[in-house]
Design a protein around this ligand. Structure first.
Ligand SMILES: Cc1cc2nc3c(=O)[nH]c(=O)nc-3n(C[C@H](O)[C@H](O)[C@H](O)COP(=O)(O)OP(=O)(O)OC[C@H]3O[C@@H](n4cnc5c(N)ncnc54)[C@H](O)[C@@H]3O)c2cc1C
Length: 435
C-alpha cells in the first residue's frame, strides 16, 4: 500500500516489524526484500511525492546485476517491458577525455555483470522500487519524515514522524533500517558519524536539451583543471539520457590539495560551457538548477549497526571511493541487511544483526581500502598529472581503470593487467594505515 498525504492531519500511530527510514534505492530495496520474505515492513519517505535526486543517473553494470537479483527487467527487456525498462537508455561504455586526447572503453566483460550500463532518471528508478516494495506488501508512507528515534530501555524501537502540515505520528518497530541518504540526519541522531580523515566527494549536476541525447557513450573528462590549472582528482561527465536531454555534472574528491578553495558550482559552470559545442546544447538554458552535495565514500560512516538498527546506502557512506557511484552499493547493503533482519525475525534472535558489518566488509572491505589509498595519491597533482597523461594514451590502461574503478575484477584464470595492478595496490593498502 502506498499512502500519499493530500490531507496531512494527525494520523494513527502504527506498529510494524521493521521500519525503514528513507525511500531511495537502499531503503526501498530493503523494504521490498523483507516484504517478499513475509515480514511486516513500513517504509517512510519524507517527500510527499517522487523527488529529483541529484545523480548522474547511471545504473552501472554492478547496479544492474543487483537490480536483476531483485527481479527488475532492466537488463533483459531494453524496450517494451516495465515503465522502468522503457525509460532506460543503454550505454555501451565511457569515452575518457583529457588534454585533447580521447579513449573510448566499452564496459568490461565479466561473468557476473552485464556488459553495458543503463541511464534512467532517478525519480523513475526510485518510484519503481517503492512501487515494487508496496506490491510485495510493504506499507509505503510518503510525506513522513522520521525526526526522532523512539527509545525503549536503551533500544531503538521506531521513530516519530513529522507530516507535511506539521502533524505527528509514531511508528513503533522491532527493528529500524536507516536509509536516509548522505546527510543522514536521522542516522546522526542515532550516533553515526563520518571518519574525518577518510575521503569524501563533492558533486553537482544539471540537465540540458541535446540532439545527441540518444548516443550510447558516456563522456568522462578526467583531470579537469582547477583555478591554478592543476588537474583535479575527480571528473566531469556528460551522460546521454536517451530522452532528449543530457545530464552534465562534476565530482571532486576531498583529497584534492586545494579542496577548500574549489567552488564546485563554478567548476560545473565552466565544464558545462566547455562541453556545450560538442554536445550541441545551449549552456545558458539549464533544465534544472544544480545543487552541490557532499557524498561520503568507501564505508566512512560508523557505526553500521546497533542492537536493533542497521545503516544502509549513503547513510552508511557506502558509495564507491573511486567514482562516487552509489546505487550498486545501496542495493548491496539492502540485500545484506534484509538477509540478517529476515533471520533475526524468523529465529527471534537479534544477535544476527552483528553479522551485517562483517558481511559488508567481506564484500567491499578490500576494494574500499584500495579506493581510499588511490584517492590519497590522486589528490597530489605531481602524481595525477603524469599518470593521466600516460593513461589516456592507452585503451588498455583506461580499460583497466574502468574495470578497477567499477569493481569488476575477475578471478583466475581470467585475470589480466587490471587484476595485477589491483593486487599491487591492495598489497600497498594492506601495509598502509587504516585510511
Ligand atoms: C551529483 C551526484 C551524482 C551521482 N551520480 C551517480 C551515478 O550516476 N550512479 C550511481 O550509482 N550513483 C551516483 N551517485 C550516488 C548515488 O546518488 C547515491 O549513492 C544513492 O542515491 C544512494 O542511495 P540511498 O538510498 O542510500 O540514498 P538516497 O538516494 O539519498 O535516498 C535517501 C532517501 O531518504 C529520504 N529521507 C531523508 N531523510 C529522511 C527522513 N528523516 N525520513 C524519511 N525519509 C528521509 C530522502 O528524501 C531520500 O529519498 C551520485 C551522487 C551525486 C551527489
Amino acid at each position: 500500500m502506498t499512502e500519499h498525504l493530500d490531507d496531512p492531519a494527525d494520523l494513527d500511530d502504527l506498529t510494524t516489524d521493521v521500519l525503514v527510514v528513507g525511500g531511495g534505492p537502499a531503503g526501498s530495496a530493503a523494504a521490498l526484500r523483507l516484504a517478499r520474505a513475509g515480514h511486516d515492513v513500513t517504509l517512510v519517505e519524507k517527500r510527499p511525492v517522487g523527488r529529483h535526486k541529484s545523480c548522474g543517473d547511471l545504473v552501472s553494470p554492478r547496479a544492474l546485476a543487483e537490480l536483476q537479483l531483485l527481479g527488475t527487467d532492466l537488463v533483459t527487456a531494453p524496450t517494451g517491458g516495465s515503465a522502468l525498462a522503457t525509460a532506460a537508455h543503454h550505454v555501451a561504455g565511457v569515452r575518457f577525455t583529457h588534454g585533447g586526447r580521447c579513449t573510448s572503453v566499452a564496459w568490461p566483460q565479466h561473468p557476473g555483470f552485464p556488459g553495458h550500463g543503463v541511464v534512467v532518471r532517478r525519480e523513475i528508478l526510485d518510484q519503481h522500487l517503492r512501487d515494487e516494495a508496496a506490491r510485495a506488501g510493504a506499507t509505503v508512507l510518503m510525506g513522513h519524515e522520521a525526526t526522532a528515534p523512539i527509545a525503549e530501555r536503551g533500544f531503538v524501537r521506531g521513530a516519530t514522524m513529522t507530516l507535511p502540515g506539521g502533524g505527528q505520528r509514531a511508528i513503533r518497530a522491532r527493528f529500524v533500517v536507516v536509509a536516509d541518504g548522505a546527510n543522514s540526519r536521522f542516522g546522526r541522531g542515532l550516533g553515526t558519524s563520518r571518519r574525518r580523515n577518510w575521503p569524501y566527494a563533492i558533486a553537482a549536476r544539471t540537465y540540458f536539451a541535446s540532439p545527441r541525447s540518444t548516443e550510447t557513450w558516456i563522456e568522462s573528462a578526467v583531470g579537469l583543471p582547477d583555478h591554478h590549472g592543476n588537474p583535479i582528482a575527480g571528473y566531469g561527465w556528460v551522460t546521454p539520457m536517451g530522452d532528449g536531454n543530457v545530464n552534465v555534472g562534476v565530482g571532486v574528491l576531498s583529497t584534492h590539495r586545494d579542496i577548500k578553495g574549489l567552488n564546485t558550482l563554478k567548476l560545473l559552470d565552466a565544464f558545462c560551457d566547455r562541453m556545450s559545442a560538442d554536445w550541441q546544447y545551449d549552456a545558458s538554458r539549464r533544465l534544472k538548477d544544480p545543487t552541490r552535495l557532499r557524498l561520503p565514500l568507501g564505508g566512512s560512516i560508523e557505526p553500521k549497526m546497533g542492537p536493533t538498527f542497521l545503516v544502509v546506502g549513503d547513510a552508511a557512506g557506502a558509495a564507491n571511493p573511486f567514482n562516487g557511484d552509489g546505487v550498486d552499493a545501496a542495493l548491496l547493503c539492502a540485500r545484506l541487511a534484509a538477509g540478517v533482519l529476515d533471520e533475526a525475525l524468523t529465529t527471534e534472535n537479534s544477535t544476527t544483526l552483528q553479522r551485517y558489518p562483517m558481511l559488508l566488509a567481506d564484500e567491499l572491505g578490500r576494494f574500499r581500502k584500495v579506493g581510499r589509498l588511490s584517492a590519497r595519491f590522486l589528490g597530489r597533482p605531481a602524481i595525477l598529472k603524469p599518470a593521466l597523461e600516460l593513461a589516456v594514451r592507452s585503451d588498455a590502461t583506461m580499460g583497466a581503470v574502468l574495470r578497477i574503478a567499477g569493481n569488476e575484477l575477475r578471478a583466475r584464470p581470467d585475470a589480466g593487467g587490471a587484476e595485477r595492478a589491483y593486487a599491487v595496490a591492495a598489497l600497498v593498502s594492506h601495509l598502509a594505515p587504516s585510511w
